[in-house]
Design a protein around this ligand. Structure first.
Ligand SMILES: Cc1cc2nc3c(=O)[nH]c(=O)nc-3n(C[C@H](O)[C@H](O)[C@H](O)COP(=O)(O)OP(=O)(O)OC[C@H]3O[C@@H](n4cnc5c(N)ncnc54)[C@H](O)[C@@H]3O)c2cc1C
Length: 379
């Protein structure tokens, strides 16, 4: 639970939020990333991010609250805003989230919210480039786009967000969506600590390293994962595969350095990419093999099952998935705790020193009157 707030590479120490100064012989920095807002006004204050479990829980609570509120709202303008969900960013996170929301609309809304016509729940996906799933091959991008449209997701491609406010999203060109739920999945930058380690930073605040993952001029410091910007390999995706392989490579190079052996350059083995859009809809690119539809979806499930740790976990997840698949049951839909404003995310503040307690406690008192409030004034 120690939160590192600063580093001194010359003195080879780290400082924690509790004031401890931790000396090191070798350091591997693997602090990951945070949402990138590109300086667009209102993103930090008014959007939900989807970066960790806390985010996911806050977003689930929020979406369910909007549906509850909409089912008793009589003002048509307010109801429409409650029933509009805007996602910004058509990468894997935005596409998968849009697909999941479309499934919620199709399978959950009719049974749990009989007062809401599922067609009134709008899911809008905004993407600045002309495609969704940019890193995928063109045929898979097109397929994902087609699947999303068939699922009733409204796509706004080649469209840039100008600002976000408490009432929704304004696009460049004048279009505006009035929406209580804006989900930001448009980019990633280095975790806040990266700028306080006294190490060279590059694009999106990431730490610049040699192909050996060593920081230039700092032979005792290595960097791995989302926060690393590897010289000559700048286009490596910020995904778990890269992070896992770099973790191993950095550790191996620390051992080489201790033994005064030559360091090895990082050599990424791309095992492919997958994105799931909904029930029986996914795309997978594994080398030259391109899969789409049910086959890709089953491959996605199988891979994620295999990657789970331990037989018990795999067996439990398999049974749960089979149950969900056969019954269309999407699991528990309890609203737990009060809402946390998107701006109060732990880990994204400049002063990370306040630690995980930065966010509003789950036990914070509910909004006066028990009502739903827009993101800026929820607590
Ligand atoms: C919604 C979402 C879906 C994704 N889906 C996929 C996917 O399907 N496939 C895939 O390959 N990748 C996926 N990714 C990307 C993947 O999660 C990352 O690439 C991977 O987690 C990066 O690993 P990392 O070790 O670099 O950083 P992280 O996993 O982010 O770990 C960094 C750790 O450092 C800690 N930390 C940060 N700052 C400090 C500090 N100051 N002091 C102490 N600790 C600190 C953090 O708390 C965190 O635990 C997804 C990412 C997101 C956000």
């Amino acid at each position: 639970m120690a939160d590192v707030v600063a580093g001194d590479p010359a003195g080879r120490t780290l400082t924690t939020a509790g004031g401890d100064v931790v000396p090191y012989d070798w350091l591997i920095v693997a602090i990951g990333g945070a949402a990138e807002d590109f300086g667009i006004p209102g993103v930090r204050e008014h959007t939900f991010r989807l970066y960790d479990l806390e985010d996911a829980r806050a977003l689930r609570n929020h979406v369910l609250r909007c549906l509850e509120q909409a089912s008793v709202e009589t003002d048509p303008v307010a109801r429409r805003s409650l029933l509009t969900i805007v996602l910004v960013g058509g990468g894997a996170t935005g596409v998968e989230m849009a697909g999941a929301l479309a499934e919620l609309r199709r399978h959950v809304v009719p049974s749990d919210y009989p007062g809401i016509d599922p067609n009134q729940l709008r899911i809008v996906l905004i993407e600045a480039t002309p495609h969704v799933l940019g890193p995928f091959a063109p045929d898979l991008r097109a397929r994902a786009q087609r699947d999303l449209v068939e699922f009733g997701v409204e796509l706004r491609l080649g469209t840039v967000v100008e600002h976000v406010d408490a009432d929704g999203v304004a696009l460049k060109g004048g279009e505006r969506f009035s929406a209580r739920s804006v989900i930001w999945a448009a980019g990633i930058r280095a975790a806040a600590l990266a700028s306080r380690l006294g190490l060279p930073t590059g694009r999106a605040g990431r730490l610049v390293v040699e192909p050996t993952l060593q920081v230039p001029g700092r032979p005792h410091v290595f960097v791995a994962g989302d926060v690393a910007l590897v010289h000559g390999q700048e286009r490596l995706p910020q995904v778990a595969q890269v992070a896992l392989q770099q973790g191993v490579a950095a550790a191996r190079n620390v051992l080489h350095a201790i033994r005064e052996e030559a360091l090895e350059p990082f050599d990424y083995k791309d095992r492919g990419s997958m994105a799931t859009i909904g029930r029986s809809r996914a795309v997978a690119e594994i080398g030259r093999v391109h899969l789409a539809g049910a086959l890709a979806w089953w491959a996605w499930l199988a891979l994620h099952l295999v990657m789970l740790i331990g037989f018990r976990n795999r067996a439990v997840v398999l049974v749960n998935w089979a149950w969900n698949y056969l019954t269309y049951d999407r699991g528990l839909r309890a609203i737990v705790g009060s809402e946390r404003p998107p701006s109060e995310r732990p880990g994204e503040h400049d002063a990370r020193s306040t630690g995980p307690g930065t966010g509003a406690p789950e036990t914070a008192p509910p909004v006066a009157g028990g009502g739903f409030e827009p993101p800026t004034s929820r607590l």
